[in-house]
Design a binder for this molecule. Structure first.
Ligand SMILES: [Zn+2]
Length: 75
C-alpha cells in the first residue's frame, strides 16, 4: 500500500502496489498501482509517499481500506 497525493488535493489517497490484491479482488500487475481506494480519478498525480499515519489519508480511502482489512482478518 502506498499513499498518493493528487494535484490540488490536500488529502493523501491510498493505493495498492504491484502484487497486492485490491479490495475488489484484482492483483495489481508489476509496474502498476491501483486506482485510489475511494475511486478518485488518478489524472494529476504529483507524488507518492509512504510511512505516514493512516489518519492523514482521505477518509473514503480509509473506510475502504479498513473494511478490506477486516475481511482479510476474518479469513
Ligand atoms: Zn481517497
Amino acid at each position: 500500500m502506498k499513499y498518493l497525493q493528487v494535484r490540488g488535493g490536500q488529502k493523501l489517497h491510498l493505493v495498492m502496489e504491484a502484487g497486492e490484491e485490491t479490495p475488489a479482488g484484482d492483483i495489481i500487475r508489476r509496474g502498476y498501482i491501483s486506482n485510489p481506494l475511494c475511486n478518485r480519478p488518478m489524472g494529476d498525480i504529483i507524488r507518492m509517499t509512504i510511512n505516514l499515519p493512516l489518519a492523514n489519508a482521505c477518509k473514503n480511502c480509509q473506510r475502504v481500506y479498513r473494511a478490506w482489512q477486516r475481511r482479510q482478518d476474518g479469513e
